[in-house]
Write a protein that binds this ligand. Structure first.
Ligand code: APR
Length: 239
């Protein structure tokens, strides 16, 4: 049914899809929020009160991400294949700020929480790729002023990116797939309800364990993303 209609697909991913590439999730026992306090490193007030700590937090994560050992895994690559081979639109919305979906080949991709390898300037309209350490003294490559550069990352209390485009896709999709997210953070955690309410969409959760929104999904499979996602994409693409 879905394939015949070339139904549009919306995919939401979270940190769990990058875990097997070697990146930490947030709320697992070894997760990032077990080692850092969100209010000290991931809010606008944190950046005002202690910019050096915030820069240190993101410099550490940026350095970890550009490590050559960190590569897209078979789940990232399977989603890029689905975008290439599915007869209808496939929109991939990720909560992740890593660049693994893009490096795996996904193109119709929204980073709703921003991107770790981009920075912007509070003094001018700079938005650019950046993989080096960043600090209060780093001069903006565009306007030359220091003290205004920040990671292009959406902090708690800030508006996620491209929400209009995301809601338009949710209102029109035939299949909504949630992968590797605990369903703790809105608005992403509410996308499954929006897809059901607005489009009567078939919904599936692929995760290591039931997420907070598990009961909202029509189908669910639990296990590592590198096992579930390639098999799921294979089944979807096999007429
Ligand atoms: N395969 C599939 N799922 C996995 C794997 C794996 N190998 N390992 C862990 N998971 C699952 C966990 O069971 C958990 O449900 O991935 C989910 C990760 O949840 P979180 O750590 O809460 O990460 P996420 O849902 O992406 O967090 C959302 O919260 O802190 C903010 O901005 C941050 O984007 C992040 C948002």
């Amino acid at each position: 049914m879905l394939r015949d209609e070339a139904a549009p697909i919306v995919i939401l991913t979270g940190a769990g899809i990058s875990k097997e590439s070697g990146l930490h999730t947030f709320r697992d026992p070894d997760g990032i929020w077990a080692r850092y306090d969100i209010s000290e490193v991931a809010t606008p007030d944190a950046f005002i009160n202690n910019p050096d700590l915030v820069h240190h937090f993101y410099n550490d994560r940026r350095a970890a991400l550009i490590d050559p050992d960190i590569q897209p895994n078979t789940a990232h690559r399977a989603l890029a294949r689905l975008e290439r081979e599915w007869p209808g639109d496939v929109l991939l919305v990720t909560q992740n700020i890593d660049d693994l979906h893009g490096r795996a080949g996904s193109k119709n991709l929204i980073h709703m929480h921003g991107e770790l390898l981009k920075i912007r300037c509070n003094h001018c309209d700079l938005l650019t790729h950046w993989s080096d350490p960043l600090g209060r003294e780093t001069p903006c490559p565009a306007c030359g002023k220091s003290g205004g550069l920040r990671p292009h990352v959406v902090w708690f209390g800030e508006m996620p990116l491209e929400m209009e485009r995301i809601y338009a896709a949710l209102a029109d999709c035939g299949l909504f797939i949630s992968i590797g997210t605990s369903g703790n953070v809105y608005p992403a955690a509410g996308f499954v309800q929006t897809a059901r309410d607005e489009a009567g969409t078939e919904t599936i959760e692929l995760n290591l364990e039931p997420s907070n929104g598990a009961t909202l999904f029509d189908h669910s499979q639990y296990g590592p993303a590198t096992e579930l996602v390639p098999a799921f994409v294979n089944a979807l693409l096999t007429p």
